[in-house]
Design a protein around this ligand. Structure first.
Ligand code: AMP
Length: 427
């Protein structure tokens, strides 16, 4: 019997994980620049947390959750997104304080039972932020600018921000009514799913990708044209900040996003370097979610970056991390110790341990290779130096140290400190 990874999941192998580490590091650096701190929450939560926050009629809750009953008869769900768990954790641990801005970030896997295709997986990875405690449009602008900075730093090209406002509890109900009346008139042209959406959640129709529906959607009333004065002013300020920051953006009236908790700003960052699944980041404001989940009214905003798609773009454009043969410097070893004979092997192992204690990446053979094969291995491992130890070297107390780039060789005492000083490796 042969096993394979479950449909929609895959292994990230060492050649690719260097790229993942680079993306994670870039995200962490930029998040720190904006004063966000990391939070880690469980991979599963009570099912109710997601159905309440994301919305029962959304695709995620109605058909994409990995839900199971545990042995204690609890209904649990593998997290399909991280905003609700972060809100839950912030409330449970009393992190949200009056008159204080709370800024958190996370990096990790999410799970959705979606139809797998390029850029869409059942286990995928997101890096995201959530900020609590400010209703100010500069916060909306800050998170868009932050996402943009991450993509620029990674060398992504052809980016654009799609932005919209879905209003708030004051103006959204009227807009939804208007939308409902419009779609009701056009019901015959809508797909079956959208006819159901018309009854349960007309906003969701704007998301539909069916050609017939698209034509109807094109002429539908736009939420940005139906905002109350406060929401309108908020939206104008956010867009104004983006303009000032030199970010390429477009107002996209259809952008309602697949989660129900958004209020006012919604946005996506899209890359033209990707195919159908071209969004690399999605987010917005969610001013009522904290209260819905049992907290005091707290305005908030956040986004999630799809890391799998970033990896796709960076791989396709040859943006592999610096270092020889696609390896990062941290995965190239500093020194390979090649030995001949039992005494030399013992001495070699001692030096190996000492070098590692001194913070130098080092390796040697453990499978009984000949000296020739060991030297070949040193080459394959992209070692910067090789230390050669044979019987003669043991007698004289001097080993041969070879610089693999210049091929220059010199004699060095069998002492890890002296050897380490000779290596001049990047830290
Ligand atoms: P969302 O949590 O739906 O707002 O999505 C935020 C970002 O996560 C999207 O823009 C995608 O880049 C990424 N994403 C969402 N679902 C998937 C998936 N099934 N596979 C890969 N990436 C995804």
């Amino acid at each position: 019997m042969k096993y394979a990874s479950p449909r929609g999941t895959r292994d990230i192998l060492p050649e690719e994980s260097a790229l993942w580490q680079q993306i994670e590091k870039t995200c962490q650096q930029v998040f720190a620049l904006y004063n966000y701190r990391e939070i880690r929450t469980p991979l599963f939560e009570s099912t109710e947390l997601f159905s309440r926050s994301i919305g029962k009629t959304t695709d995620i809750v109605s058909k994409e959750m990995y839900t199971f009953t545990d042995r204690g008869d609890r209904s649990l769900t593998l997290r399909p997104e991280e905003t609700a768990p972060v809100v839950r954790a912030a409330l449970e641990n009393n992190l949200i304080q009056r008159d204080q801005l709370l800024k958190l970030y996370y990096i990790g896997p999410m799970f959705r039972y979606e139809r797998p295709q390029a850029g869409r997986y059942r286990q995928f990875y997101q890096a995201g932020v959530e900020a609590f405690g400010s209703a100010d449009p500069t916060l909306d602008a800050e998170i868009v600018i932050m996402a943009w900075q991450i993509f620029e730093k990674l060398g992504l090209l052809d980016l654009e921000v799609d932005i919209n406002s879905v209003g708030d509890e004051k103006c959204r109900p009227q807009y939804v009514e208007k939308l409902k009346a419009y779609f009701k008139d056009q019901e015959k042209a809508l797909c079956e799913d959208c006819r159901v959406r018309l009854q349960v959640n007309p906003l969701r129709i704007l998301d539909c990708k069916e050609a017939g529906c698209q034509k109807v959607i094109d002429k539908a009333p736009a939420s940005a044209d139906n905002l109350c004065p406060e929401c309108k002013e908020h939206f104008e300020k956010v867009v104004g900040w983006l303009g000032k920051s030199g970010i390429k953006y477009k107002i996209n009236h259809r952008l309602v996003r697949g989660l129900d908790y958004y209020t006012r700003t919604t946005f996506e960052v899209v890359s033209k370097q990707l195919g159908a699944q071209n969004a690399v980041c999605g987010g917005g404001r969610y001013d009522t979610l904290v209260e819905e989940l049992g907290g005091k009214p707290t305005p908030a905003a956040g986004f999630a970056i799809g890391m799998d798609r970033l990896v796709e773009v960076l791989k396709s454009t040859g943006h592999l991390p610096a270092g020889r043969h696609g390896r990062t410097q941290s995965t190239e070893i500093g020194i390979y110790i090649a030995t001949l004979g039992e005494e030399a092997r013992k001495k070699g192992f001692e030096i190996l341990n000492d070098l590692r204690q001194l913070g130098i990446s080092a390796d040697m053979d453990y499978i009984g290779k000949s000296l020739k094969s060991q030297l070949k291995a040193a080459d394959q491992e992209k070692a910067r130096f090789t230390l050669i130890l044979g019987e003669e070297e043991i007698k004289s107390g001097l080993a041969k140290l070879k610089n693999m780039q210049t091929t220059k060789q010199e004699e060095v005492p069998c002492d890890a400190r002296i050897i380490a000083a000779k290596l001049q490796l990047p830290k």
